[in-house]
Design a protein around this ligand. Structure first.
Ligand code: AMP
Length: 215
């Protein structure tokens, strides 16, 4: 089983992906996290990707496709996996099919209006351990300190207002067409991502029950 989380930046794909991963015992694979790790390690892929990431654009399909091909070939993906932030273009979706077309696949689209996304992303604070907070809705106990590991919280470089606007523009132009792509495939559903985290999680699980047998 492969669960694809579709939805604009800031819609909650990471949060929902973690909850779903825990629930079903699947790893959450985020191409954004994989790319940030490459940037952090200063690899050639990271150096190349950084330019696109900093400006709110997309990294080359070939680079991301190869990264995903390697990642989903690993043992922990045997039972299933959750994709967060991939595919983001039609060629990526086609490549995913080419890599593994036999895997049962379902697409959960988390929908949130642009105005809400700008608010959410501007107030997002992240820790290097992967924890995510929100300066208004999900404040850490101590300001700018991670509840999970005590690390210092920062705003992601691409969560600045002008880069957020570009990311949303790119989402509408290149990623949104995937809605029609997967609707035609017949494995697509959407949920209202503006509700609170647990309500969105319950909505996704309830729709997923048609595909995955719950214990
Ligand atoms: P995210 O953490 O998912 O918001 O991704 C951060 C940035 O990484 C994006 O704004 C893109 O620049 C890049 N990125 C992540 N996933 C992809 C992808 N599937 N295709 C191209 N670029 C990506």
């Amino acid at each position: 089983m492969r669960i694809i989380l579709l939805g604009p930046p800031g819609s909650g794909k990471g949060t929902q992906g973690d909850l779903l991963g825990e629930h079903y015992g699947f790893p959450r694979i985020s191409t954004g996290d994989l790319l940030r790790a490459e940037v952090g390690a200063g690899t050639p892929v990271g150096l190349e990707a950084k330019k696109a990431m900093d400006s709110g654009g997309l990294v080359d399909d070939d680079v991301v496709n190869e990264m995903i091909r390697r990642r989903i070939g690993r043992n922990d993906c045997g039972k299933g996996y959750i994709l967060d932030g991939f595919p983001r273009t039609i060629p990526q979706a086609e490549q995913l099919n080419a890599i593994n077309s036999k895997r049962e696949e379902v697409v959960a689209d988390i929908r949130v209006a642009d105005e809400r996304l700008v608010e959410r992303l501007s107030a997002r604070r992240v820790c290097s351990c992967g924890a995510v907070f929100h300066a208004i809705n999900r404040r850490p106990q101590i300001e700018d300190v991670c509840d999970a590991c005590g690390g210092r919280l920062i705003r992601r470089g691409d969560d600045s207002p002008e880069v957020i606007r570009e990311r949303l523009r790119v989402y509408h132009e290149l990623t949104e067409p995937l809605i029609v792509f997967y609707r035609q495939k017949g494995n697509y559903f959407s949920v209202n991502g503006e509700a609170d985290v647990q309500t969105v999680f319950a909505a996704i699980r309830s729709k997923l029950k048609d595909w995955i047998l719950e214990n």
